[in-house]
Ligand binder design. Sequence first.
Ligand SMILES: NC(=O)c1ccc[n+]([C@@H]2O[C@H](COP(=O)([O-])OP(=O)(O)OC[C@H]3O[C@@H](n4cnc5c(N)ncnc54)[C@H](O)[C@@H]3O)[C@@H](O)[C@H]2O)c1
Length: 257
Amino acid sequence: MTARLQDKVCLITGAGSGIGEASALLFAREGARVAVVDIDHAAALRTVERIHADGGEADARRVDVSDPADTETCARWVVERFGRVDVLFNNAGISGVGDVFETDPDLFDRVMAVNVRGVYLMTRAVAGRMIEGGGGSIINMSSCIAQMGLARRVSYSASKGAVLSMTKSMQVDLAPHGIRVNALMPGTIFTPFVEKYLMSSYPDREQGLAAIRARQLGGELGRPEDVAQAALYLASDESRFMMAAGFIIDGGVTGGR
Ligand SMILES: NC(=O)c1ccc[n+]([C@@H]2O[C@H](COP(=O)([O-])OP(=O)(O)OC[C@H]3O[C@@H](n4cnc5c(N)ncnc54)[C@H](O)[C@@H]3O)[C@@H](O)[C@H]2O)c1
């Protein structure tokens, strides 16, 4: 059986940790050559080491997705280094905890800069190169929060709603060029990101975990690998008929409401 991403060049942002890291490992195992991009270079290098130890091909680069110069240099680098780019997984993101009073303008702007502007800038830099190569697949990281109200997530929910809308608009523009654009909408996935917001959102970590588990239909949080499998499907040609979709992977939280 051929690997599901054989010889595809896949650029994953935020691939030094959590969902991005799990996706990088899985994509490489499925035959992809992976550009591991993160603002934390040491973390990106660790992911590359894991891929190499597993017999895969990957290289790392430090990129701040909210910086136009960084994203343009990154797009040039990936084509120079790997010869083409077939998949862009806009996964990098940060959390923002707070209701409308607690969220100061700096936090709001920072969350929007990474989570929304980052998706726009990376796509702007990479999509032209993808078109030159004959098309590809872009996966944008939204969240199931784009479809539901959750307490004290004003900046974060604004950013993930924007990513979902932007995905649909981008898809209309890029479809004639052979590019598919879809969004992933995970629920709560156990990563360092969730560890951080458990600390800032709840007075007690265990109480926070119990509250999150209570809203999962299966009672458990997701794993990074659960989302990586959905990303793999969207990256591969198996999802050729999926366009402008919001792919929910949340243990039933949205559907069960
Ligand atoms: N974990 C969840 O429950 C969950 C749920 C829904 C959506 N998401 C989204 O999934 C994505 C990945 O989350 P995760 O849980 O794996 O988080 P994580 O914190 O484990 O990993 C995020 C990575 O992004 C990198 N990053 C942050 N800012 C960056 C920037 N400006 N430029 C480049 N890289 C940057 C970080 O260094 C980190 O390695 C995020 O967009 C997040 O909003 C997560």
